[in-house]
Ligand binder design. Structure first.
Ligand SMILES: Nc1ncnc2c1ncn2[C@@H]1O[C@H](COP(=O)(O)OP(=O)(O)O)[C@@H](O)[C@H]1O
Ligand SMILES: [Mg+2]
Length: 250
């Protein structure tokens, strides 16, 4: 990180009470040290864009928060309100309301759209009923009886988000939701994300399309080599050409 970037890094968390707190989080894939002391706070109901170059550690950070088996957390703290996520297993984090929508979406083949949603609702705590999910994404309602993996990429992304909402969630982690999607579909998903935000759900979105992510985000965290290079508002990132050139290529 350059000296300029170091100087611009805000010393403290953003104003307001933090809901999600990461403190010196470290995680490994086997012997590989990947998440190297990540610290940032997120307010309840906030949308945060987690950005950075390819390989910066964005996906690894999301997986660490969701307490995936890999990368495994070795140090630091993750808090969701007053709940110590760093002491949880993956299923406990899910039960506490953390849902990761991975880049590959993990739609279950051989099942219809509706079956995918109903399957998600078999685990406690149950979130939205399917009809509520169809209100958010009318395309899913129209395709409820279609085999889910035969849908377009955008529709499958909607299903992946809908499936997360079938659980009672507090924190939504989205990994590259817009990858390969047409701008009109991106807009539909953005609209849904505002609606989700309106309900007080907190979101961390990882995107290569930084401009699209910053359009809906309140704030941004930029990762570089497994740690936080910048924390600020979305506007600060968009206005800072040096930062954009160095970390985002926009
Ligand atoms: N399963 C894995 N095993 C070992 N190293 C991994 C694995 N997945 C990712 N990495 C490494 O971790 C680093 C961060 O990767 P990742 O979190 O996927 O970055 P980003 O999502 O920002 O592109 C990279 O150097 C990558 O090679
Ligand atoms: Mg990634």
């Amino acid at each position: 990180m350059s000296a300029v970037m170091e100087a611009e890094r805000p010393a403290a968390a953003p104003a307001g009470e933090a809901f999600v707190r990461l403190k010196d989080v470290e995680s490994y894939y086997g012997e590989s040290y990947i998440v190297q002391g990540v610290t940032f706070d997120v307010k309840e109901g906030e949308i945060v864009a987690l950005l950075g170059r390819n390989g910066a550690g964005k996906t690894s950070t999301l997986k660490t928060i969701a307490r995936a088996h890999e990368p495994h957390l070795t140090a630091g703290e993750i808090w969701l309100g007053d709940q110590a996520v760093h002491k949880m297993r993956d299923w406990q984090a899910a039960r506490a309301g953390i849902q990761l929508v991975p880049e590959d979406r993990r739609i279950i083949g051989g099942l219809t759209v509706e079956e995918n949603l109903i399957l998600a609702q078999t685990a406690e705590p149950v979130g939205w009923p399917v009809d509520r999910i169809y209100q958010l994404f009318p395309r899913l309602g129209e395709r409820r009886r279609q085999e889910a993996t035969t849908m377009s990429g955008g529709e499958q992304q909607m299903l992946a988000v809908g499936r997360a909402l079938a659980r009672d969630i507090k924190l939504l982690l989205l990994d590259e939701p817009y990858e390969g999607l047409a701008p009109t579909i991106v807009e539909e998903i953005e609209k849904a994300m505002f609606e989700i935000k309106g309900l007080g759900i907190t979101t961390i979105i990882v995107e290569q399309n930084a401009v699209a992510a910053l359009r809906i985000a309140d704030s941004a965290v930029i990762l570089d080599m497994g740690s936080v290079a910048y924390r600020g508002t979305a506007k600060e990132v968009l206005d800072n050409e040096e930062l954009r050139n160095e970390y985002l290529a926009i």
